[in-house]
Design a protein around this ligand. Sequence first.
Ligand SMILES: *Cc1c(COP(=O)(O)O)cnc(C)c1O
Length: 760
Amino acid sequence: MKIYISGLYSGTNPQPGVGIARSLRLAYPDALLVGVEYSNRCSGIHWQDFDEIWLQRPWDELNLDAHAREIGRVLDAGAFYISAIDLEIMWLASVFPEGHPNLLTPPVEGLYQVSKPAIPAHEKLPVKIPPFVTTEISDWDLHAFCRKHDWKVWLKGPYYDAARTRNWTEFENMRNAFSSAWSTEKLFLQTHVTGYEESISFSAYKGELLHAVSMRKRDLTEMNKTWAGDVSVVPTEFYEPLCEVVKDLNWTGGAELEMVRDPDGQLWMIECNPRYPAWIHGATIAGHNMSAILVERASDVPAQKSPAVTDEFTRVVLEIPVHPEMPLPPLPEPFAGVVGHSLKHPSGLLGFANRLHGMNLNGQNGNGNGNGNGYGKLNGKELTIVPSSFMDDISDFDFEQIQTPSFLYLEKTASEHFNRAAKIAGNLSTEDVAVINAYSMKTNPDARLVQQAYEAGFLAEAISPLEVSKALEVGFKPEQIILNGPGKWWHKEHLPNEPIHAVFADSIADLQRVVAALESGELKAKIAGMRLRMPNIPSRFGIPIDTPELFGELIEAIKTLPRESGFGIHFHMASSSVGVGQWWHLFESMLKWCSSIEALAGRPIEILDIGGGWFPDDWHEGADEQFKKAVQSVGEYLPNVKQIISEPGKALAQPSMALAMRILEIQDFPNATDVVVDGSIAELPMYFFYPHRILHQNGETGSWKSLGRGKAYFLGRLCMEHDVVASHVELPETAKPGDLLVFCDAGAYDRSMSYVFGRG
Ligand SMILES: *Cc1c(COP(=O)(O)O)cnc(C)c1O
């Protein structure tokens, strides 16, 4: 018996070839095992169980046709072939569309069915699939998906590769890396499931499930790969539907279903690999020789039984002799002054992925997108729809008169947002509790926005006496002002003589200072309180309550607050960074803390200020019901609260300004277009944190178009490497130097934190 086994990489993220060889050696001591590799740097080629090594050129250099003919010849001659390389498996499926009795890999149709991440095959299994989206949707929608799922998301490659992306910059970087590595835009963003990882591996032949085994990861490498595990039989409620699935898929070969079991016991399927897992010899140790079962069925040659040694396995690192005929490759030439080695997977798999794309093997998953550059035809899906009020406002400008780059104040949009917020607050107010907004001045202190807030009946929220004075200038009365933050004594000469609405201390020291100022009459406030720092959430603001000692200190400090002022608590966690789900969780928890504080300090909480930090869309869309419930919970936990204050900043300011700029130059490259613009990151400092919706005006017709994804990079005017204001954007064919671009969503910190730079 002769068996070819590919996938011998044996680094820290190993392939299963060596494990398969060890297992088959036990079952067939006399078989001729041939290791197939595409690089002499895969250490598995030196493994003792291989009788021969069939070494090929790396994938990106290989003559695929000749290789396919060779494999066909080998199979016809009676040898078996077990592939343990995902991409090779896909390629083999295309080379042998009708299969081959000796080719122990799955057929094309079965592979389509398990391609990421919907895995239609899962429907019969007792598993769920974590929510996911394709990255072909607009950046705006991708960002919303991440916020919704608290940034607990994985970016996944088309075959394998997955990375946690914890913020927009990480997401953009990983997307660029994956897209260029795999030459496709068709990646997935999937939510993270917290739980313990387990897998089921099975063997099948022509749709018949031969055996399955279950493994729980008991120890992991830094890359979350199995280091130790325990092995058990697959329970009937999984095995029976799995039989059906295998039949539907007409599966041949090995496979692995990677899953996470959440704390409620629910299984979530994360991945379905069309090959054995790298830990497969661990199953053999526990008496389940998966690859032997497969070969036995395909060959009718009885395998020697491998008795179970134990049901747990672990890994060690072994030094083994290098095969004398395959000495280590020479040290690499120092390149550009750098000397380095790397255990990076060396066989040109990424290059192969490129070639596979060119061959359009990706079937339904790659519909019409076999052109290799991955940017296929726009199907409209990835276009962001810009709200109509933006267009209304933008069409009012006479751009002939505007020197770019220039911020555009979108007046109708601003007024719509402020009035809507006021209306929502009104609707949420009850007989017992008034709900009111306070505009966060620092988010964008533009007098026009402050004026909008004033007219909409807001309070003004200031973090410095200078902001207080700005609010007073616009028309706010002292009793409509809230003073917050760590810098409230900077330029304190601007504090008004009349009482302000509320002051919140940011630390115990600040609270002592507030007490002194209230007692001396330096500051007058109807409500005095403090900001809470929630346990377990990193923040530099507010008073921490992590330990009983700190909590005790806070209670004592509250007791010193003068009785003439009412008491209030402030809480501010930006849902735009902690995530919407997490924010609501923290909100509940905050109410419980407040209730304890009220009881222990003996001071009724009259005002609850829940801060800002909302991304505009999260605050507007469908949140009303949730806010209504929140008002109810406040009543339940804190019956003395008379007023709930929310402090929107960017939720209102962000959409209310845009940045106009013009194209200076367009330079085409084969796979990219560099577009130099007269705007820069000095005007868009938030570029790194969230996507901006971009409009282009046709220079001839004057019509506006919202830009989808594409191959253009918008490079700022600054002579700075990192001045790139947008990447992977579509550039309309009509675009010319001099054309206008409008970057929307620039009215919050883009505006207020923009700086003067490169203007002479
Ligand atoms: C900055 C700030 C806000 C507003 O935050 P946004 O992210 O702009 O919504 C609200 N309250 C306080 C205390 C702040 O410091």
